[in-house]
Design a protein around this ligand. Structure first.
Ligand SMILES: C[S@@+](CC[C@H](N)C(=O)[O-])C[C@H]1O[C@@H](n2cnc3c(N)ncnc32)[C@H](O)[C@@H]1O
Length: 254
């Protein structure tokens, strides 16, 4: 968990108060769920590399939201790779396109970068974790995805409502700075679509996968018009089509 800097006495008292209250059952359970999530394997890059192998050709990979390339981007075994990140979290931002995902797709569609008809085989969406933005990223990614390609989405399965908060900066909770944001809402909305297959591998904070032609099962029937976290929590498996990695690999054996 992230250490919270103590700047003055008043803040210190607030923190002590919060820590005391973090010790109730509700908060202890939240902490345990976060620890359980951290212990899950495989990682997102193992799943992406599995998909690279399934495509069995020269794969073109795009990563939206990179932060530290060594954590994921560098591990991807694709022949051609592109990275997009405006660098909001770190000054050092060694990517191909140092712009937001919206600006990247605008430039791509205007023919200012790469070529207008560029198609990616795997697009990893892991930029700004707010549902509206993630929905735009999904729409843009679908336009530039090869027919048998995959969209992979990080942070689709927040283990607690603290992880699913909107405000990234609020860290006074049992899960500190851990943040999945509201990505799950954009993923869940896509799970309602009948023209795209979707599932979520139950590991590494929920690795969502979208495909136009691999049948991962039917769309979600869960009614959650207001995207309530408690409804997600009570219907996690059917909301997200949560599957183990072994089950996920099984989709490709049929
Ligand atoms: C969670 S990190 C990415 C982690 C990385 N993909 C990994 O697997 O280790 C999120 C990144 O998204 C970037 N970001 C924020 N807003 C963005 C936007 N509108 N478009 C693209 N990237 C964005 C941030 O700068 C940050 O580096």
């Amino acid at each position: 968990m992230m250490k919270i800097p103590v700047f003055n006495e008043k803040k210190k008292q607030k923190l002590e108060f919060a820590e005391k209250h973090f010790n109730d059952t509700y908060n202890i359970e939240a902490k345990k769920s976060a620890e359980k999530e951290l212990a899950k394997r495989p990682f997102r890059y193992d799943i992406i590399n599995f998909l690279v192998k399934q495509l069995n050709r020269e794969v073109t990979y795009l990563e939206i939201g990179v932060r530290v390339p060594a954590h994921n981007f560098d591990k991807i075994e694709a022949a051609v790779k592109y990275s997009v990140d405006p660098g909001v979290e770190r000054e050092h931002n060694p990517v191909d396109f140092a712009v937001t995902s919206d600006e990247f797709f605008r430039q791509l569609e205007a023919g200012e970068i790469l070529t207008r008809d560029t198609k990616f085989d795997i697009i990893f969406i892991d930029g700004l974790h707010l549902a509206n933005q993630v929905e735009k990223d999904i729409e843009n990614a679908l336009k530039h995805l090869s027919d048998d390609g995959f969209i992979v989405m990080h942070d689709c399965n927040p283990p607690t409502e603290f992880h699913a908060r909107e405000n990234f900066s609020y860290i006074l909770s049992p899960v500190g700075g851990q943040w999945n944001g509201t990505t799950w809402k954009a993923f869940f909305k896509t799970r309602k679509r009948k023209d795209i297959f979707s599932c979520c591998v139950d590991t590494d904070w929920g690795v969502g996968i979208l495909s136009k032609n691999i049948n991962f099962g039917s769309s979600s029937e869960v009614s959650n018009d207001y995207f309530e976290y408690e409804i997600l929590n009570a219907n996690r498996k059917s909301s997200l089509n949560l599957v183990s990695f072994d089950d996920f690999c099984g989709f490709f054996k049929k």
